[in-house]
Ligand binder design. Structure first.
Ligand SMILES: [Zn+2]
Length: 203
């Protein structure tokens, strides 16, 4: 699967929100990426989708688990940065924590075996100062959402366009505006009323 390019922190939050809207309670999202790659921003988006105040979400580095209640479903936010083996996640009571909640695991690559088979894996990589490259890997029950996560081609420029982004089916707001401009410029118009001048030209 190709990678989604997030242009800003706000866009990474928006992608998290779109993913949150298609996540069912009991499901797990495994976040993999270096420091500052946007994992916690992504979790803020998940919180928004669950109607939980995103400002409450902070990087849980010194506390292994944060649980946010009061939304459509509880959000369980786990940081595996300090875990040395999948066993540590099991000891935390991971399976019980996940039940009925949307669970996000940061630094999931350190404990992947314990995260389970039904997971959405999100890889976040630096692609510039603000830009981040997001890659999705679907496992188990998440596979039924493959088409909702896959990109199509932007009808204006042919680059990847993502259903997770606001500008869809275009790749960007810019291409959406180009499309709108064409409509306003009437270049898409197939027919118009016949005018006297048309008839005269045929003479
Ligand atoms: Zn485009």
């Amino acid at each position: 699967m190709s990678a989604l390019l997030s242009e800003s922190v706000e866009q990474t939050v928006a992608v998290g929100r779109a993913i949150g809207a298609m996540t069912r309670p009991g499901e797990v999202i495994a976040l993999i990426g270096e420091l500052g790659a946007g994992k916690t921003q992504f979790v803020r988006g998940l919180a928004e989708a669950l109607n939980i105040d995103p400002r409450k979400v902070s990087s849980p580095t010194f506390v292994l688990v944060h649980e946010y209640e009061g939304g459509l479903a509880p959000l369980v936010h786990i940081d595996a940065y300090r875990m040395r083996s999948p066993g540590e996640l099991e000891e935390l009571g991971f399976e019980e924590l996940c039940q009925g909640a949307v669970t996000a695991v940061e630094w999931a690559d350190r404990v992947l075996e314990a995260v389970g088979e039904d997971r959405l894996q999100v890889h976040l990589d630096h692609a510039g100062d603000q830009q981040r490259r997001l890659t999705f890997k679907l496992f188990g029950a998440w596979r039924d959402r493959e088409s909702r996560l896959a990109s199509t081609k932007c009808p204006i420029c042919g680059r990847d366009a993502w259903p997770l982004l606001e500008a869809y089916p275009f790749c960007s707001i810019r291409c959406r505006q180009v499309d709108l401009g064409r409509w306003l410029g009437e270049s898409y118009r197939v027919s118009r009323p016949i005018e006297q001048s048309d008839l005269e030209q045929g003479d």
